[in-house]
Write a protein that binds this ligand. Structure first.
Ligand code: SF4
Length: 120
């Protein structure tokens, strides 16, 4: 895997992260990362996501993963930010509290929420 989007079929073919170092999305594997480094790495990754033509598709796929399977920057958000988004939707009654949301619901909500071309 050489980028955040690991598959080469479907929307992943259009991923703006294609060809970028995997460490940019998940952090370094071989050493601890300082808070300063993590901040700038995440900011760089989010800037790439902000220009990505398949951001909504990417973020929807990640939000549909179980919490334990969510890692790294995807769709312009950290795992914590994605969890906070789901929690906000649950509190607002937009998705069920006790079971995973449907793919269709998540995609509909994201189309309303994800700005098409701004950095987060
Ligand atoms: S939104 Fe970000 S992580 Fe997702 S495919 Fe695009 S560049 Fe990669």
């Amino acid at each position: 895997m050489t980028s955040a989007a690991s598959s080469t079929s479907g929307w992943e073919q259009h991923a703006a992260c294609a060809g970028t170092p995997i460490e940019l999305w998940y952090g370094p594997d071989e050493r601890p990362e300082s808070g300063h480094e993590a901040y700038w790495r995440r900011r760089h990754a989010k800037n790439i996501c902000a220009r990505c033509p398949v951001r909504t598709e990417c973020l929807a796929d990640e939000l549909l993963q179980s919490r334990a399977d969510q890692h790294g920057i995807r769709g312009g958000m950290t795992p914590r930010e994605r969890e906070q988004l789901l929690a906000t939707w649950r509190r607002g009654g937009l998705i069920p509290a006790e079971k995973p949301p449907s793919s269709e619901t998540v995609r509909t909500l994201l189309i309303q929420e994800v700005p098409s071309s701004s950095a987060s």
